[in-house]
Write a protein that binds this ligand. Structure first.
Ligand code: AMP
Ligand code: MG
Length: 521
């Protein structure tokens, strides 16, 4: 296997001088060298052919024992030195101190076709940052990360990617619902890739420890390699950096709102400095459109990370990043200005995004009201988000409101509830929507075509991931492959896969793994 190795993170940033793999506070360093744990009997479950191409690895290479051993951590590639990164974070609103890569181990960075990729194993064993946990990952959560990160990429959502999904051959003890019912599960390892895996928390930990030298080193490093367009110097450089991270974070969250993705654990340690969706844990996809929904049972009480709160949390997290960067700037006012710009930018881009979902191109002062009314109306009756928006493009300018309702009825979980007041609200909205469509110059066909590029037909519905997991636990990986292929083209009709364009079945409504997920992984 010929890889163009190009390690910058370990070459340019301070390392932990202690080489022992013991759990500890790691100060004055951005990372610690570690060796992945040997697995008993590793085997590949799935390989992303697309990521092979991205990384310049041939199909033949991916079939070798060498490839398997490297991407399950059993073998360290010559001239490479695996490492775990140090970061801190605010978890559920509270400063948690040092967290770090407790079970992620970085292998190396490569440059391929002018793109930088850091390769990382998730679930490859203990590191100095493992705290009280085992450094391992189970098959169910690994399938969820593997399939979802690739699906998000094809939806056009900024995300980390996944290269391989493997079984370790070891058993891992987990308490899925944190209710005292521990059981052994199959251990697994995902190898994932991103330009970098630096988080807001990477800056926070250095700042909290008042290690301003390393803080500046990490910030300069990040700008040099990942925000090279910033040419300002001094304080201005760091301000522009924060503004760019703000913009990328907004863009990412707008995409989440567009496709109905709820991250579930938007702690600052799970916020990528590049604005990539990272750390797929108890995430979920909206079935019924509901701003109040979160899949994460660990967050059930306050629902901090609910669908409708993701925008606010993005700002909250940026506030923590701004605080962390303060020592490099030492003036609160310009930092505050950047944060103050968040709400305006978010609102503007959200409206543009929602207009594209509705197929509206012309400017009209009433659009934000039309969007707001739709969101209210969607909450009146359980309405499948994906099916609703996909079918919306079938409505034509010439339709009556009752014809329009007919075209979206499939999206209602219980169409018989569409009566009285609720029916009236839908009729009013549809009538307004059709009237608004009549002001557009596009033909119905043109509009449908445009809408179908932003309203996916297929997403990794929560129950779909669970079906793939149930089969995989029995050794059957066909659904993993089927979903991997299906979700490569989420906007295409793919009539042969039509059965996945359907509402969540009733059996999945309250099933663990489908609507209820915890951080246990
Ligand atoms: P997460 O909620 O997955 O973002 O994880 C929060 C922190 O816990 C990170 O520092 C993780 O590396 C760490 N962590 C999560 N699961 C494990 C595990 N099984 N072993 C060691 N560390 C873990
Ligand atoms: Mg994490």
């Amino acid at each position: 296997m010929q890889l163009n190795l190009d390690n910058t993170f370990t070459n340019e940033l301070p390392s932990d001088k202690n080489l022992e793999n013991s759990r500890r506070q790691v100060v004055d360093a951005c990372f610690s060298y570690v060796t992945p744990k040997k697995t008993t009997n590793p085997s590949l479950v799935h390989v992303s052919d697309e990521m092979l191409t991205e990384l310049g690895i041939t199909k033949e290479d991916s079939k070798t024992d060498n490839f398997l051993q490297i991407f399950t951590g059993n073998k360290v590639l010559k001239n490479t030195h695996p490492y775990a990164m140090c970061y801190g974070g605010h978890q559920f609103g509270n400063w948690a101190g040092q967290l770090g890569d407790g079970r992620a181990i970085n292998l190396f960075e490569i440059l391929h076709k002018n793109k930088r990729w850091a390769l990382q194993l998730k679930g490859a064993g203990e590191t100095p940052y493992s705290r009280t946990a085992d450094g391992l990952a189970v098959l169910r959560s690994s399938i969820r990360e593997y399939l979802c990160s690739e699906a998000m990429y094809h939806l056009g959502v900024p995300t980390t990617r996944a290269l391989t999904l493997s079984l370790s051959g070891d058993e891992v003890l987990r308490d899925v619902l944190y209710n005292g019912n521990r059981a052994f599960e199959k251990g697994a390892i995902v190898s994932r890739a991103a330009p970098n895996f630096i988080r807001f928390g990477s800056f926070e930990i250095l700042s909290a420890r008042q290690n301003h030298t390393a803080l500046q080193q990490l910030t300069d490093y990040t700008i040099k390699h990942f925000y090279p367009e910033i040419t300002a110097t001094g304080k201005q450089k760091y301000l522009e950096f924060l503004a760019k991270v703000r913009n990328n974070t907004i863009e990412m969250i707008i995409h989440w709102q567009r496709v109905g993705f709820v991250h579930g654990v938007m702690n600052t340690d799970n916020m990528s400095i590049l604005g990539l969706t990272i750390d797929y844990g108890p995430y979920g996809w909206l079935e019924g459109f509901d701003f109040g929904w979160t899949p994460n049972t660990t967050d059930a009480q306050h629902k901090r990370y609910r669908f409708g709160n993701q925008s606010y949390i993005g700002l909250w997290n940026l506030f923590k990043l701004a605080n962390a960067l303060y020592p490099l700037i030492e003036e609160a006012e310009p930092l505050q200005q950047i944060l103050d710009g968040y709400n305006f930018l978010f609102k503007e881009q959200y409206e543009t995004m929602m207009k594209s979902k509705l197929g509206l191109i012309q400017n009209n002062d009433t659009d934000s009201e039309l969007i707001g009314k739709l969101e209210e109306t969607l909450h009146l009756i359980e309405t499948d988000m994906t099916i609703f928006f996909r079918n919306l493009s079938n409505i034509s300018k010439e339709d009556s409101f009752s014809k329009a309702i007919e075209k979206i009825t499939d999206a209602f979980y219980s169409p018989i509830e569409l009566k009285d007041d609720i029916k009236q609200h839908w009729e009013t909205w549809c009538a307004q929507y059709i009237e608004r469509l009549q002001q557009e110059t596009q033909t119905n066909e043109q509009r449908k075509q445009q809408m179908d590029t932003v309203n996916p037909k297929y997403v990794l519905r929560n129950y779909m991931a669970q079906l793939a997991i149930d089969d995989a636990n029995k050794g059957d990986y066909n659904l993993i492959e089927e979903f991997y292929q299906l979700l490569k083209q989420p906007y295409s009709e793919q009539p042969q896969h039509h059965k996945w364009f359907s509402k969540r079945p009733e059996w999945a409504r309250n099933k663990v793994g489908c609507s209820m997920l915890s951080c246990s992984s």
